[in-house]
Write a protein that binds this ligand. Structure first.
Ligand SMILES: Cc1cc2nc3c(=O)[nH]c(=O)nc-3n(C[C@H](O)[C@H](O)[C@H](O)COP(=O)(O)O)c2cc1C
Length: 193
């Protein structure tokens, strides 16, 4: 593919990167399948160690299917022991695991591939930014990722390929609200040697 030369001005790109934020409330609206394909097409261009490109993606489309994953993950979390407050939150009907998102995308690599976590995190970041550029809201799916790493019923529910492991994922949808602020950040910690 020929390289694209119309780079955004640094101030535009910096502003975009610094203004992104996690979105945890979504409209009850699907994301067009073609949009998901476009996002994955961007994500597959992300760098991987030695250009090995070992990622395999799992896309779960539909709020009901997504929520079923939360229910399964919650079974695991209850066994693992979570706070009373979290249990009460869940029992109040709030899905704090996948937040009512209409789509979840998980990135997997072969279990014996040493750079799996790094490659997946980079590719998911590409995907996240491409989604945000299209007006979609995204949040990393940390709970689901942790559970999917080892819990067989979740691996089964996701139909994870034999010999593959889930390394990361995001939930996404049309944001319910538009935000004026982004979360605060700590001062830079750096040493210039
Ligand atoms: C690896 C990773 C896992 C995360 N998992 C979750 C999660 O399971 N649920 C959630 O609501 N947010 C999750 N987040 C979002 C973080 O809480 C969020 O990025 C952080 O609070 C900073 O806020 P911002 O993304 O709006 O800048 C995760 C973020 C990362 C990077």
């Amino acid at each position: 593919m020929p390289a694209f030369r119309e780079w955004p001005a640094p101030a535009v790109l910096d502003g975009f990167l610094m203004s992104r934020r996690s979105v945890r409330e979504f409209k009850d609206k699907p994301i067009a399948h073609g949009t998901l394909e476009a996002l994955l097409d961007v994500a597959r261009r992300a760098p991987t160690a030695s250009n090995s490109q070992k990622l395999h993606w799992i896309v779960v489309e539909g709020g009901n299917k997504v929520h079923a994953l939360s229910v399964e993950a919650m079974n695991w979390l209850l066994n693992a022991g979570i706070s009373k407050a979290m249990v009460e939150h869940w029992e109040s009907g709030y899905d704090f695991i996948l937040r009512g998102a209409p789509v979840v995308i998980m990135a997997c690599t072969p279990e014996d591939y040493a750079w799996g976590k790094q490659d997946c995190a980079i590719a998911l970041t590409f995907l996240e930014l491409a989604a945000e550029a299209r007006g979609l809201g995204v949040c990393w799916a940390g709970y689901l990722t942790r559970v999917a790493e080892s819990h067989e019923p979740i691996r089964k529910a996701l139909s994870v390929l034999e010999g593959y492991v889930v390394r990361g994922g995001v939930m996404l949808g049309v944001p319910k609200f538009s935000y004026r602020l982004v979360p605060p950040r700590k001062q830079l910690s750096v040493q210039w040697n």
